[in-house]
Design a protein around this ligand. Structure first.
Ligand code: NDP
Length: 294
């Protein structure tokens, strides 16, 4: 069997088309242009690329964007005071602080400082808590993107054995939560694995849907999965550069061996990555809509 490729690039394009219509409508009916502020602290090359992609996406969709680049030695106090200003700025509906932050800055304090109504990353504990109890909130972009990828590819999650490898706050834990919720995009039986899992292969081999977010290439190989599994590879690992100087990216799954057994698989690049960005745009549009007082 050679797997169907689940293209995040294509699905993100569909969602962008839907968003363009919504943005036009917001401008026409309410005079509101969604606005996103992105804050980059320091000059980490990968973070620069991510922020650049987010800004480009805003420009393509007609979302107002403010890109704020801060020196790597900025103090926590200065960053918090900037966030305070953005919280009050009516042109800005969403605030994104690119993580990781330099050591002198406490990430939790920064996330707490963002107004939950502008927390389009969905990392603020208020949004995390609301997600868990299923109240209206901003869902974190990567997990939400994974749900959309599955739903729009016709993959049924109801009753499925979903195995998630990786328990970070931004991917594994929210994916676990969303997948077990009683709604059509969830309703799965979910197992969450990590580095202390005794027998990882036992779990990965049982998976109908396998979601991998470990940050290590080839965490999952062909001999670790069953025939017909659907695989979502969240990983982005830079393993070198092409002669032209472009980064060579691979996921956390050994694509070549796993695709021979899987029914469907996401590629890296072109899988989860574009979905994360488009879900950020979706949250920003939602934040703008929420700001309208009828
Ligand atoms: P973290 O490093 O925060 O978490 C990794 C998790 O994987 C940890 O829970 C760790 O376990 C677990 N883990 C690591 N190695 C193994 C292993 N061999 N077996 C079982 N579990 C393992 O990573 P993130 O969740 O932030 O990111 C994961 C990957 O996803 C990265 O490649 C990142 O670049 C990518 N990513 C991609 C995004 C996108 O938009 N495409 C968005 C976000 C992340 P333990 O807790 O025990 O240490």
């Amino acid at each position: 069997m050679s797997a169907k490729i689940i293209s995040g690039t294509e699905i993100a394009k569909q969602i962008r088309e839907e968003l363009k219509k919504e943005i036009k409508e917001l401008k026409k009916r309410h005079g509101v242009t969604p606005g996103l502020a992105t804050i980059l602290v320091g000059d980490d090359p990968a973070s620069k690329v991510y922020v650049g992609q987010k800004e480009k996406s805003c420009n393509n969709l007609g979302i107002y964007s403010e890109k704020i680049n801060l020196p790597g030695d900025i103090s926590e106090k200065e960053l918090l005071s900037l966030i305070e200003k953005l919280n009050k700025n009516s042109r800005i509906h969403g605030i994104l602080v690119q993580l990781p932050l330099p050591k002198q800055i406490n990430e939790s304090r920064v996330i707490y400082a963002i107004d939950p109504a502008k927390d389009v990353d969905g990392f603020h504990p208020v949004n995390v808590g609301k997600m868990v109890v299923r109240e209206k909130c901003f869902l974190p972009c990567t997990p939400h993107g994974i749900l959309e990828l599955l739903a729009r590819s016709g993959v049924q999650t109801e009753g499925a054995e979903v195995v998630v490898v990786g328990r970070s706050n931004i991917v594994g834990k929210p994916v676990l939560n969303l997948m077990l919720q009683k709604r059509p995009t969830g309703n799965a039986t979910v197992t969450l694995c990590h580095t202390r899992t005794k027998d990882l292969v036992f779990h990965t081999k049982r998976a109908d849907i396998l979601i991998v977010a470990t940050g290590h290439p080839k965490t999952v190989t062909g001999d670790m999965v069953k025939e017909g599994v659907v695989v979502i590879d969240v990983g982005v690992n830079r393993i070198g550069k092409t002669p032209e100087g472009k980064a060579i990216l691979v996921g956390d799954v050994d694509f070549e061996s796993v695709k021979e057994k899987a029914a469907a698989i996401t590629p890296v690049p072109g899988g989860v990555g574009p979905m994360t960005i488009v879900m950020l745009m979706k949250n920003t549009v939602e934040a703008a809509r929420n700001s309208i007082v009828e």
